[in-house]
Design a protein around this ligand. Sequence first.
Ligand code: NAD
Ligand code: WQD
Length: 338
Amino acid sequence: MTQPSVLVTGASGYIGSHTCVCLLQNGWHVIGIDNFSNSSPNVIRRIEQIAQRSMSFHLADIRDSSAISELCRQQNITAVIHFAGLKSVSESVSKPLDYFDNNVCGSVTLLRVLQQEGVRQLVFSSSATVYGEPNTVPVTEDAPTSATNPYGRSKLIVEQMLSDLIQADPTWRIATLRYFNPVGAHESGLIGEDPRDIPNNLMPFIAQVAVGRRHELRVFGDDYPTIDGSGVRDYIHVMDLARGHLAALHRLSTHAGSFTVNLGTGRGISVLQAVAAFEQASGHTIPTRRVARRSGDIATCYASPARAAALLGWQAEYDLDKMCTDHWRWQRNNPDGY
Ligand code: NAD
Ligand code: WQD
Protein backbone atom coordinates (compact mmCIF):
# COMPACT_ATOMS: atom_id res chain seq x y z
CA MET A 1 0.00 0.00 0.00
CA THR A 2 1.33 3.45 -0.92
CA GLN A 3 1.40 6.30 1.59
CA PRO A 4 -1.92 8.24 2.06
CA SER A 5 -1.90 11.26 -0.19
CA VAL A 6 -3.78 14.44 -0.84
CA LEU A 7 -4.62 15.43 -4.41
CA VAL A 8 -4.37 19.20 -4.94
CA THR A 9 -6.03 20.61 -8.08
CA GLY A 10 -4.72 24.02 -9.14
CA ALA A 11 -1.52 23.23 -7.22
CA SER A 12 0.68 25.76 -9.03
CA GLY A 13 -1.78 28.63 -8.56
CA TYR A 14 -1.52 31.36 -5.96
CA ILE A 15 -3.34 29.75 -3.04
CA GLY A 16 -2.58 26.18 -4.18
CA SER A 17 1.19 26.73 -4.14
CA HIS A 18 1.20 28.15 -0.61
CA THR A 19 -1.01 25.33 0.60
CA CYS A 20 1.29 22.72 -0.99
CA VAL A 21 4.19 24.18 1.04
CA CYS A 22 2.16 23.81 4.26
CA LEU A 23 1.05 20.28 3.36
CA LEU A 24 4.61 19.12 2.60
CA GLN A 25 5.93 20.72 5.76
CA ASN A 26 3.27 18.88 7.76
CA GLY A 27 4.17 15.46 6.42
CA TRP A 28 1.55 15.04 3.69
CA HIS A 29 2.37 13.26 0.47
CA VAL A 30 1.18 15.77 -2.13
CA ILE A 31 -0.02 14.95 -5.65
CA GLY A 32 -0.52 18.22 -7.52
CA ILE A 33 -2.25 18.78 -10.84
CA ASP A 34 -2.64 21.94 -12.91
CA ASN A 35 -3.16 22.82 -16.57
CA PHE A 36 -1.01 26.00 -16.22
CA SER A 37 -3.82 28.11 -17.69
CA ASN A 38 -3.05 30.72 -15.03
CA SER A 39 0.28 29.65 -13.52
CA SER A 40 3.86 28.75 -14.34
CA PRO A 41 5.62 25.38 -14.25
CA ASN A 42 8.44 27.10 -12.29
CA VAL A 43 6.21 27.21 -9.24
CA ILE A 44 6.62 23.50 -8.48
CA ARG A 45 10.40 23.71 -8.06
CA ARG A 46 9.99 26.69 -5.76
CA ILE A 47 7.42 24.89 -3.59
CA GLU A 48 9.89 22.03 -3.19
CA GLN A 49 12.75 24.44 -2.49
CA ILE A 50 10.85 26.07 0.38
CA ALA A 51 9.51 22.83 1.85
CA GLN A 52 12.78 20.93 1.29
CA ARG A 53 10.67 17.98 0.15
CA SER A 54 9.48 16.83 -3.22
CA MET A 55 5.91 16.57 -4.43
CA SER A 56 4.43 14.59 -7.26
CA PHE A 57 3.18 16.89 -10.01
CA HIS A 58 1.13 16.09 -13.14
CA LEU A 59 0.15 18.40 -15.98
CA ALA A 60 -3.57 17.63 -16.18
CA ASP A 61 -6.93 19.28 -16.57
CA ILE A 62 -9.69 18.55 -14.06
CA ARG A 63 -12.03 17.98 -17.02
CA ASP A 64 -9.90 15.00 -18.13
CA SER A 65 -11.58 12.18 -16.25
CA SER A 66 -9.23 9.44 -17.43
CA ALA A 67 -6.14 11.36 -16.24
CA ILE A 68 -7.70 11.89 -12.79
CA SER A 69 -8.91 8.28 -12.59
CA GLU A 70 -5.45 7.04 -13.43
CA LEU A 71 -3.92 9.17 -10.66
CA CYS A 72 -6.46 7.92 -8.12
CA ARG A 73 -5.62 4.34 -9.07
CA GLN A 74 -1.85 4.82 -8.92
CA GLN A 75 -1.79 6.75 -5.66
CA ASN A 76 -3.52 6.11 -2.38
CA ILE A 77 -5.46 9.39 -2.40
CA THR A 78 -7.54 9.93 0.73
CA ALA A 79 -8.56 13.55 0.23
CA VAL A 80 -8.71 16.26 -2.41
CA ILE A 81 -8.23 20.02 -2.13
CA HIS A 82 -9.94 21.53 -5.14
CA PHE A 83 -8.51 24.95 -6.07
CA ALA A 84 -8.55 24.63 -9.87
CA GLY A 85 -10.78 27.15 -11.58
CA LEU A 86 -10.96 30.51 -13.28
CA LYS A 87 -11.27 33.49 -10.94
CA SER A 88 -11.62 36.82 -12.71
CA VAL A 89 -14.97 38.50 -12.13
CA SER A 90 -14.59 40.81 -15.15
CA GLU A 91 -13.50 38.00 -17.50
CA SER A 92 -16.44 35.90 -16.33
CA VAL A 93 -18.81 38.62 -17.52
CA SER A 94 -17.37 38.53 -21.05
CA LYS A 95 -16.76 34.75 -21.20
CA PRO A 96 -19.46 33.16 -19.05
CA LEU A 97 -19.34 29.79 -20.82
CA ASP A 98 -15.62 29.42 -20.05
CA TYR A 99 -16.41 29.94 -16.39
CA PHE A 100 -19.27 27.46 -16.29
CA ASP A 101 -17.28 24.91 -18.28
CA ASN A 102 -14.16 25.16 -16.15
CA ASN A 103 -15.58 25.82 -12.70
CA VAL A 104 -18.87 23.94 -12.84
CA CYS A 105 -18.37 21.18 -15.45
CA GLY A 106 -14.77 20.72 -14.24
CA SER A 107 -16.02 20.17 -10.69
CA VAL A 108 -18.70 17.73 -11.89
CA THR A 109 -16.08 15.69 -13.77
CA LEU A 110 -13.74 15.68 -10.79
CA LEU A 111 -16.50 14.66 -8.37
CA ARG A 112 -17.69 11.83 -10.62
CA VAL A 113 -14.19 10.38 -10.75
CA LEU A 114 -13.77 10.69 -6.98
CA GLN A 115 -17.15 9.01 -6.48
CA GLN A 116 -16.12 6.13 -8.75
CA GLU A 117 -12.71 5.76 -7.15
CA GLY A 118 -14.03 5.84 -3.59
CA VAL A 119 -12.42 9.13 -2.52
CA ARG A 120 -14.86 10.85 -0.16
CA GLN A 121 -13.04 13.79 1.43
CA LEU A 122 -13.00 17.12 -0.36
CA VAL A 123 -12.01 20.69 0.49
CA PHE A 124 -13.59 23.17 -1.92
CA SER A 125 -12.39 26.74 -2.62
CA SER A 126 -15.42 28.95 -2.39
CA SER A 127 -15.49 32.69 -1.96
CA ALA A 128 -17.03 35.53 0.00
CA THR A 129 -18.49 36.50 -3.37
CA VAL A 130 -21.36 34.07 -2.63
CA TYR A 131 -22.67 36.60 -0.06
CA GLY A 132 -23.40 39.12 -2.84
CA GLU A 133 -24.05 42.42 -1.09
CA PRO A 134 -24.21 41.47 2.62
CA ASN A 135 -26.98 43.07 4.70
CA THR A 136 -24.85 43.10 7.82
CA VAL A 137 -21.20 42.71 8.77
CA PRO A 138 -19.40 40.72 10.03
CA VAL A 139 -20.83 38.14 7.63
CA THR A 140 -21.72 34.78 9.14
CA GLU A 141 -22.02 31.57 7.14
CA ASP A 142 -25.81 31.51 7.39
CA ALA A 143 -26.17 34.91 5.70
CA PRO A 144 -28.21 34.81 2.48
CA THR A 145 -26.26 33.94 -0.66
CA SER A 146 -26.59 35.38 -4.15
CA ALA A 147 -24.56 35.88 -7.31
CA THR A 148 -23.94 39.13 -9.13
CA ASN A 149 -21.70 37.80 -11.93
CA PRO A 150 -20.95 34.46 -13.69
CA TYR A 151 -17.85 33.79 -11.56
CA GLY A 152 -19.87 34.13 -8.35
CA ARG A 153 -22.67 32.05 -9.86
CA SER A 154 -20.21 29.28 -10.73
CA LYS A 155 -19.10 29.14 -7.06
CA LEU A 156 -22.67 29.16 -5.82
CA ILE A 157 -23.70 26.39 -8.23
CA VAL A 158 -20.82 24.19 -7.08
CA GLU A 159 -21.70 24.88 -3.42
CA GLN A 160 -25.32 23.83 -4.12
CA MET A 161 -24.18 20.79 -6.06
CA LEU A 162 -21.98 19.71 -3.13
CA SER A 163 -24.88 20.12 -0.76
CA ASP A 164 -27.05 17.87 -2.98
CA LEU A 165 -24.24 15.33 -3.20
CA ILE A 166 -23.93 15.15 0.60
CA GLN A 167 -27.72 14.63 0.83
CA ALA A 168 -27.56 11.78 -1.68
CA ASP A 169 -24.50 10.15 -0.15
CA PRO A 170 -23.72 11.12 3.46
CA THR A 171 -20.42 9.22 3.37
CA TRP A 172 -18.97 12.30 1.67
CA ARG A 173 -17.11 14.68 3.98
CA ILE A 174 -16.88 18.09 2.36
CA ALA A 175 -15.36 21.32 3.68
CA THR A 176 -16.53 24.41 1.82
CA LEU A 177 -14.14 27.26 2.58
CA ARG A 178 -15.31 30.78 1.76
CA TYR A 179 -12.18 32.86 1.39
CA PHE A 180 -12.33 36.61 1.91
CA ASN A 181 -9.52 38.62 0.23
CA PRO A 182 -6.28 36.58 0.05
CA VAL A 183 -3.08 38.67 -0.13
CA GLY A 184 0.60 38.41 0.81
CA ALA A 185 3.11 35.73 -0.04
CA HIS A 186 5.35 33.13 1.56
CA GLU A 187 7.97 34.95 3.62
CA SER A 188 10.80 33.39 1.59
CA GLY A 189 9.78 35.67 -1.30
CA LEU A 190 9.99 32.65 -3.63
CA ILE A 191 6.29 32.20 -4.33
CA GLY A 192 3.45 34.70 -4.56
CA GLU A 193 0.62 35.98 -6.71
CA ASP A 194 1.60 36.51 -10.36
CA PRO A 195 -1.30 37.94 -12.38
CA ARG A 196 -0.95 37.33 -16.12
CA ASP A 197 -2.65 40.54 -17.24
CA ILE A 198 -3.51 43.83 -15.57
CA PRO A 199 -4.35 42.86 -11.99
CA ASN A 200 -8.03 43.04 -11.04
CA ASN A 201 -7.35 42.82 -7.35
CA LEU A 202 -6.12 45.60 -5.12
CA MET A 203 -2.94 44.24 -3.52
CA PRO A 204 -1.23 42.93 -6.69
CA PHE A 205 -2.07 46.24 -8.37
CA ILE A 206 -0.52 48.27 -5.53
CA ALA A 207 2.55 46.01 -5.62
CA GLN A 208 3.01 46.59 -9.36
CA VAL A 209 2.80 50.35 -8.81
CA ALA A 210 5.40 50.12 -6.03
CA VAL A 211 7.79 48.15 -8.24
CA GLY A 212 7.36 50.62 -11.13
CA ARG A 213 5.33 48.46 -13.53
CA ARG A 214 2.30 50.79 -13.30
CA HIS A 215 2.25 54.51 -12.64
CA GLU A 216 -0.72 54.92 -10.29
CA LEU A 217 -3.51 53.14 -8.46
CA ARG A 218 -7.05 54.12 -9.30
CA VAL A 219 -9.07 54.06 -6.09
CA PHE A 220 -12.57 53.01 -7.06
CA GLY A 221 -15.14 55.17 -5.24
CA ASP A 222 -14.79 58.00 -2.73
CA ASP A 223 -18.31 58.10 -1.34
CA TYR A 224 -18.89 54.71 0.24
CA PRO A 225 -20.27 54.91 3.79
CA THR A 226 -16.92 53.83 5.25
CA ILE A 227 -14.16 55.37 7.35
CA ASP A 228 -12.65 57.30 4.39
CA GLY A 229 -15.13 56.74 1.53
CA SER A 230 -13.15 53.87 -0.04
CA GLY A 231 -14.22 50.21 -0.03
CA VAL A 232 -13.61 48.05 3.04
CA ARG A 233 -12.56 44.38 2.80
CA ASP A 234 -11.20 41.56 4.94
CA TYR A 235 -7.66 40.94 3.67
CA ILE A 236 -6.17 37.66 4.82
CA HIS A 237 -2.56 36.47 4.56
CA VAL A 238 -2.28 33.59 2.10
CA MET A 239 -0.25 31.54 4.60
CA ASP A 240 -3.04 31.88 7.18
CA LEU A 241 -5.41 30.70 4.46
CA ALA A 242 -3.09 27.78 3.63
CA ARG A 243 -3.10 26.72 7.30
CA GLY A 244 -6.90 26.84 7.22
CA HIS A 245 -6.82 24.07 4.60
CA LEU A 246 -4.74 21.86 6.84
CA ALA A 247 -7.16 22.46 9.69
CA ALA A 248 -10.08 21.57 7.37
CA LEU A 249 -8.36 18.36 6.22
CA HIS A 250 -7.71 17.40 9.83
CA ARG A 251 -11.37 17.96 10.71
CA LEU A 252 -12.52 15.85 7.75
CA SER A 253 -10.23 12.99 8.70
CA THR A 254 -11.45 12.95 12.30
CA HIS A 255 -15.19 13.78 12.01
CA ALA A 256 -17.98 12.56 9.77
CA GLY A 257 -20.13 15.20 8.08
CA SER A 258 -19.60 18.34 6.09
CA PHE A 259 -19.28 22.02 6.89
CA THR A 260 -18.99 25.51 5.42
CA VAL A 261 -16.72 28.11 7.02
CA ASN A 262 -15.50 31.61 6.35
CA LEU A 263 -11.74 32.10 6.22
CA GLY A 264 -11.14 35.75 7.05
CA THR A 265 -9.61 37.81 9.82
CA GLY A 266 -12.81 39.52 10.95
CA ARG A 267 -11.20 42.94 10.41
CA GLY A 268 -12.24 45.45 7.75
CA ILE A 269 -9.52 47.50 6.01
CA SER A 270 -10.19 50.37 3.60
CA VAL A 271 -8.38 50.80 0.28
CA LEU A 272 -6.62 53.89 1.63
CA GLN A 273 -5.53 52.03 4.76
CA ALA A 274 -4.14 49.23 2.59
CA VAL A 275 -2.24 51.75 0.45
CA ALA A 276 -0.74 53.44 3.54
CA ALA A 277 0.34 50.06 4.98
CA PHE A 278 1.95 49.06 1.68
CA GLU A 279 3.81 52.38 1.44
CA GLN A 280 5.15 51.82 4.94
CA ALA A 281 6.19 48.22 4.19
CA SER A 282 7.82 48.98 0.84
CA GLY A 283 9.25 52.43 1.44
CA HIS A 284 7.68 53.52 -1.88
CA THR A 285 5.02 56.15 -2.41
CA ILE A 286 1.96 54.81 -4.24
CA PRO A 287 0.43 57.56 -6.38
CA THR A 288 -3.36 57.27 -6.25
CA ARG A 289 -6.27 58.81 -8.12
CA ARG A 290 -9.85 58.71 -6.84
CA VAL A 291 -12.19 57.60 -9.63
CA ALA A 292 -15.81 56.47 -9.91
CA ARG A 293 -17.00 53.29 -8.20
CA ARG A 294 -16.25 50.04 -10.02
CA SER A 295 -19.45 48.45 -11.26
CA GLY A 296 -20.60 45.59 -9.05
CA ASP A 297 -18.46 46.61 -6.04
CA ILE A 298 -19.90 46.75 -2.55
CA ALA A 299 -19.02 49.16 0.27
CA THR A 300 -18.02 46.83 3.08
CA CYS A 301 -17.44 43.13 3.53
CA TYR A 302 -15.66 41.32 6.34
CA ALA A 303 -16.02 37.90 7.88
CA SER A 304 -17.17 36.53 11.12
CA PRO A 305 -14.38 33.99 11.67
CA ALA A 306 -16.16 32.53 14.75
CA ARG A 307 -17.29 29.26 13.15
CA ALA A 308 -13.80 28.52 11.78
CA ALA A 309 -12.39 29.08 15.27
CA ALA A 310 -14.99 26.82 16.89
CA LEU A 311 -14.94 24.00 14.31
CA LEU A 312 -11.34 24.02 13.18
CA GLY A 313 -9.51 25.72 16.04
CA TRP A 314 -8.17 28.04 13.34
CA GLN A 315 -7.75 31.78 13.31
CA ALA A 316 -5.74 34.20 11.22
CA GLU A 317 -2.47 35.23 12.86
CA TYR A 318 -0.91 37.75 10.50
CA ASP A 319 -1.75 41.45 10.43
CA LEU A 320 -1.89 43.90 7.55
CA ASP A 321 1.76 44.96 8.00
CA LYS A 322 2.93 41.35 7.62
CA MET A 323 0.67 40.88 4.56
CA CYS A 324 2.21 43.96 2.90
CA THR A 325 5.80 43.16 3.92
CA ASP A 326 5.58 39.63 2.52
CA HIS A 327 3.71 40.70 -0.59
CA TRP A 328 6.35 43.36 -1.23
CA ARG A 329 9.29 40.94 -0.74
CA TRP A 330 7.81 38.63 -3.38
CA GLN A 331 7.16 41.51 -5.81
CA ARG A 332 10.57 43.15 -5.24
CA ASN A 333 12.45 39.87 -5.73
CA ASN A 334 10.34 38.89 -8.76
CA PRO A 335 9.38 42.19 -10.44
CA ASP A 336 8.17 40.37 -13.55
CA GLY A 337 6.70 37.40 -11.70
CA TYR A 338 7.81 33.84 -12.38
P1 NAD B 1 -5.07 30.88 -9.45
O1 NAD B 1 -5.60 31.23 -10.79
O2 NAD B 1 -3.76 31.44 -9.04
O3 NAD B 1 -5.01 29.30 -9.27
C1 NAD B 1 -5.91 28.42 -9.91
C2 NAD B 1 -5.08 27.36 -10.63
O4 NAD B 1 -5.97 26.45 -11.27
C3 NAD B 1 -4.19 27.96 -11.71
O5 NAD B 1 -2.85 27.49 -11.51
C4 NAD B 1 -4.77 27.43 -13.02
O6 NAD B 1 -3.76 27.21 -13.99
C5 NAD B 1 -5.44 26.15 -12.55
N1 NAD B 1 -6.56 25.70 -13.38
C6 NAD B 1 -7.60 26.44 -13.85
N2 NAD B 1 -8.45 25.67 -14.53
C7 NAD B 1 -7.96 24.40 -14.49
C8 NAD B 1 -8.39 23.16 -15.01
N3 NAD B 1 -9.50 23.07 -15.73
N4 NAD B 1 -7.63 22.07 -14.77
C9 NAD B 1 -6.48 22.15 -14.05
N5 NAD B 1 -6.02 23.31 -13.54
C10 NAD B 1 -6.75 24.42 -13.75
O7 NAD B 1 -6.19 31.28 -8.38
P2 NAD B 1 -6.12 31.30 -6.78
O8 NAD B 1 -6.17 32.71 -6.34
O9 NAD B 1 -5.03 30.42 -6.30
O10 NAD B 1 -7.53 30.67 -6.46
C11 NAD B 1 -7.70 29.31 -6.15
C12 NAD B 1 -9.17 29.02 -5.95
O11 NAD B 1 -9.67 29.86 -4.91
C13 NAD B 1 -10.03 29.31 -7.17
O12 NAD B 1 -11.03 28.32 -7.26
C14 NAD B 1 -10.64 30.66 -6.85
O13 NAD B 1 -11.88 30.83 -7.50
C15 NAD B 1 -10.79 30.58 -5.36
N6 NAD B 1 -10.79 31.90 -4.70
C16 NAD B 1 -9.79 32.77 -4.95
C17 NAD B 1 -9.82 34.02 -4.34
C18 NAD B 1 -8.75 35.05 -4.64
O14 NAD B 1 -9.01 36.25 -4.49
N7 NAD B 1 -7.54 34.66 -5.03
C19 NAD B 1 -10.85 34.35 -3.46
C20 NAD B 1 -11.84 33.42 -3.22
C21 NAD B 1 -11.81 32.18 -3.84
C1 WQD C 1 -10.79 45.25 -3.09
C2 WQD C 1 -11.10 46.73 -2.92
C3 WQD C 1 -12.09 47.75 -4.86
C4 WQD C 1 -8.56 47.41 -7.44
C5 WQD C 1 -12.65 40.10 -5.63
C6 WQD C 1 -13.69 39.17 -6.16
C7 WQD C 1 -14.03 38.12 -5.13
C8 WQD C 1 -12.75 37.42 -4.62
C9 WQD C 1 -11.70 38.40 -4.21
C10 WQD C 1 -12.44 35.38 -5.82
C11 WQD C 1 -12.44 47.15 -3.51
C12 WQD C 1 -10.74 48.37 -4.56
C13 WQD C 1 -9.42 47.34 -6.37
C14 WQD C 1 -8.11 48.69 -7.88
C15 WQD C 1 -9.40 49.71 -6.12
N1 WQD C 1 -12.16 36.60 -5.63
N2 WQD C 1 -9.83 48.47 -5.72
N3 WQD C 1 -8.53 49.80 -7.18
O1 WQD C 1 -13.64 43.10 -5.25
O2 WQD C 1 -13.38 42.53 -2.79
O3 WQD C 1 -13.17 40.76 -4.46
O4 WQD C 1 -11.49 39.34 -5.27
O5 WQD C 1 -13.30 34.72 -5.32
O6 WQD C 1 -14.88 37.24 -5.74
O7 WQD C 1 -14.86 39.92 -6.47
O8 WQD C 1 -11.38 42.44 -4.30
O9 WQD C 1 -9.08 43.21 -4.61
O10 WQD C 1 -10.72 43.50 -6.51
O11 WQD C 1 -10.95 44.91 -4.48
O12 WQD C 1 -9.75 50.73 -5.54
O13 WQD C 1 -7.36 48.81 -8.85
O14 WQD C 1 -10.12 47.48 -3.64
O15 WQD C 1 -12.98 48.73 -5.30
O16 WQD C 1 -12.99 48.12 -2.67
P1 WQD C 1 -12.99 42.30 -4.22
P2 WQD C 1 -10.46 43.48 -5.05
